[in-house]
Design a binder for this molecule. Structure first.
Ligand code: CUA
Length: 332
């Protein structure tokens, strides 16, 4: 019995510790703001736990204490003193919470906008359009669903929506903020360590809200700059006859109506820019790992994976389909 109890509590403790780590977790902060939010959360938890224990002890004491035969008036006076003291302590605790919340809020807004990297993110059912902009606001790079940022540098994320309300949330880096049609919101964040952090749309936005994820890749500055330079290049020319055939199919079929591949005649804007598709870790907004099998499944029947997505099914013959996949895989 004692052993079972020990094993159970050990398992519980391990689960608890494991639950506080991860690439999509607000209690595993990797940035300036998430750190302040996590500290705020722990502060609330600790104070609330102390209050809870004190109230429970007082309750048990009140239930089991021996009644003295004091006169009624003395008893009433004593009760009023206890009630008055409890109300006073409650007010103080709530006030301390308020001060801590205001202080945390100031920390969240403390990043300087000057010299920040500007990224515009537009949410739409159910993926994220990502635009890198220079200091004057001119865009210089378009990508989708995977946002790369340098470690230790403030990043200003401007948020828009093309259709309904979405919410941008990368728990390891910051709290959530809504993307509202016709309105521009902004969020300042800074990653303090490298890593790949998962983000998630946090506002119900239709059938596939749960499959509207994204990744934030925080990397050392020189690595980030290499990534940026590579992404700014037009798509790689085909290296094999099969890839060339795939490109031909891509630009002459329905793919090109919705997608852009820079360096070809495909410049649709309905779906994600695919110029460097193969460099991304996931497809379909962090829904599937970016591997040939998943890519094939997605292209042939996207409705089976993400019902309601704008991407229609396709029916290429098997040789054409293989060529198309080879071409897409060459878009590094
Ligand atoms: Cu977008 Cu939920």
């Amino acid at each position: 019995m004692a052993r079972a109890l020990r094993d159970a509590s050990l398992t519980f403790a391990l689960l608890l510790v494991a639950g506080c780590r991860g690439d999509q977790h607000s209690l595993d902060p990797a940035g300036h703001q998430a750190d302040a939010i996590a500290r705020h959360w722990w502060f609330f938890l600790i104070v609330s736990t102390v209050v809870y224990v004190l109230v429970a002890v007082a309750l048990v004491w009140a239930l089991f204490r021996r009644k003295r035969n004091a006169d009624q008036r003395e008893h009433d006076r004593h009760s009023m003193r206890v009630i008055g003291l409890s109300v006073g302590i409650t007010v103080v605790v709530v006030f301390v919470f308020l001060v801590h919340a205001v202080w945390t809020n100031r920390t969240l807004g403390a990043l300087p906008e000057r010299d920040a990297i500007r990224i515009e993110v537009t949410g739409q059912q159910w993926w994220w359009h990502v635009l890198y902009k220079d200091a004057s606001g001119s865009p210089y790079l378009t990508t989708a669903n995977e946002i790369h940022i340098p470690v230790g540098v403030p990043v200003k994320i401007e948020l828009l929506s093309r259709d309904v309300i979405h919410s941008f949330w990368v728990p390891n880096l910051h709290g959530k903020i809504d993307l509202i049609p016709g309105h521009r919101n902004a969020l300042m964040l800074r990653a303090d360590r490298a890593g790949v952090f998962r983000g998630q749309c946090a506002e119900f936005c239709g059938l596939q809200h749960a499959l509207m994820g994204f990744l934030v890749v925080a990397q050392p500055r020189d690595e980030w700059e290499r990534w940026l330079r590579a992404q700014q290049q037009p798509s790689a020319p085909p290296q094999t006859a099969e890839q060339a055939r795939g490109r031909e199919l891509f630009v002459s079929s329905q793919c090109a109506v919705c997608h852009t591949v820079r360096g070809t005649t495909a410049f649709g804007h309905t779906g994600p820019d695919l110029t460097h598709l193969a460099s991304r870790r996931t497809i379909a907004a962090a829904t599937l790992p970016n591997r040939r099998g998943h890519l094939g499944g997605w292209i042939s029947d996207p409705q089976n994976i993400k019902a309601g997505t704008l991407m229609p099914p396709s029916d290429f013959g098997s040789e054409d389909f293989k060529a198309l996949l080879s071409y897409l895989e060459s878009l590094r």
